[in-house]
Design a protein around this ligand. Structure first.
Ligand code: 5GP
Length: 348
């Protein structure tokens, strides 16, 4: 059985320009209100162990965004890491399921953590529901609960009904994720966002953002925040060392490690080994070292501000109200990427 709609992702569409009454792209606002907490930019850093630890958290909060610390460490180390973060009210912590998840939440909430992300690969599940309900019962008013990941209206609605304030959307769209080729499951990200936004909760678009334009399209499709992993990989603020090596062309290059949390390498590091009944659903790669995260964020924010003016939208909510997408062909997609080449002048 097929569901009726066609699944679309960022490259399948463009946003159609609309009348602009805004004087300059400096006159738009990109701020997001997360249940009373104001973030100047709608960007959060992915809770992966090669993306968000203390340095990344401090950098993104200083730029006005939000960080989610990863959870692939002991509770003691997690506690120590949270203590070293500067702006603790803007940094979320992640928990998995079961006893470890609830104990981790208790330890970090005790230290003042107020944004908790219940984070598993397939969030439309009974165990995630239990964790959310448990957190809600224990801390009725004091917590912002983020939960995911889901990619359907039914999944988002289920998490909202369980008590989640924010729904993290994305199954199989991540840059180092292999879920779709290992399992055949997933929903193209733009359609996933359009489905999940029907639930009256804040939405995070997680996975598959490769260019500033993808962030604009995700926000226009209904996301309140975009989460970045691969786009920030290789920056100074990510955990891990910069390694110098020589590439196949004999050139000296600098690289950093970036890996999926369900990759064999990550699983072996945290569990000791990968069980035989499992298959890795992520890969581990080297990416080019790329300097400060600030430059990447400024580039994305430049795209978002400019995008708002192409739509004539003063705010992200305005963008979501006014945005019109057009589905494009492969030729349209090629036309939209740099395609100039040096041609010899005609002789005639
Ligand atoms: P990116 O911004 O790199 O495209 O996507 C980052 C997101 O990919 C993460 O926030 C997370 O949701 C997802 N992800 C990270 N590691 C893995 C993995 O090993 N497998 C899968 N399926 N998804 C992953």
């Amino acid at each position: 059985m097929f569901i009726s709609s066609k699944g679309l992702t960022f490259d399948d569409v463009l946003l159609v320009p609309g009348y602009n009454g805004i004087k300059s792209r400096q006159n738009v606002t990109t701020a997001v209100d997360l249940l009373g907490l104001k973030f100047e930019i709608p960007i959060m850093t992915s809770n992966m162990d090669t993306i968000t630890e203390v340095e990344m958290a401090n950098a993104i909060t200083a730029l006005g965004g939000m960080a989610i610390l990863h959870r692939f460490m002991t509770i003691e180390k997690n506690v120590d890491m949270f203590k070293r973060v500067k702006d603790q009210s803007r940094v979320a912590i992640s928990i998995g399921l079961g006893k470890d998840g609830l104990e981790r939440a208790d330890a970090l909430i005790h230290l003042g953590a107020n944004i908790i992300c219940v984070d598993v690969a397939h969030g439309h599940s009974k165990e995630v529901n239990r964790s959310i309900r448990h957190l809600r019962e224990k801390h009725p008013d004091s917590l912002v609960v983020i939960a995911g990941n889901v990619a359907t209206y039914a999944g988002a609605d289920y998490l909202a009904a369980a008590g989640a304030d924010v729904i993290k959307v994305g199954i199989g769209s991540g840059s180092v994720c292999t879920t779709r080729i290992k399992t055949g499951f997933g929903v193209p990200q733009l359609t996933a966002l359009q489905e999940c936004r029907k639930v009256d909760r804040l939405i995070i678009s997680d996975g598959g953002i490769r260019f500033p334009a993808d962030a604009v399209k995700a926000l226009a499709a209904g996301a309140d925040f975009v989460m970045l992993g691969g786009m920030l990989a290789g920056t100074d603020e990510t955990p891990g060392e910069v390694v110098e090596k020589v590439n196949d062309d004999g050139e000296k290059i600098r690289v950093k490690r970036f890996r999926g949390m369900a990759s064999r390498e990550a699983q072996e590091d945290f569990m000791g080994s990968m069980s035989e009944w499992k298959t890795a659903e992520g890969v581990s790669i080297e990416v080019a070292y790329r300097g400060s995260v600030k430059d990447v964020i400024l580039d994305v924010m430049g795209g978002i501000r400019s995008g708002l003016t192409y739509c004539g939208a003063a705010t992200i909510k305005d963008l979501q109200r006014k945005a019109q997408f057009i589905e494009i062909t492969n030729a349209g997609q090629i036309e939209g990427t740099p395609h100039a080449s040096i041609r010899k002048p005609n002789k005639t």
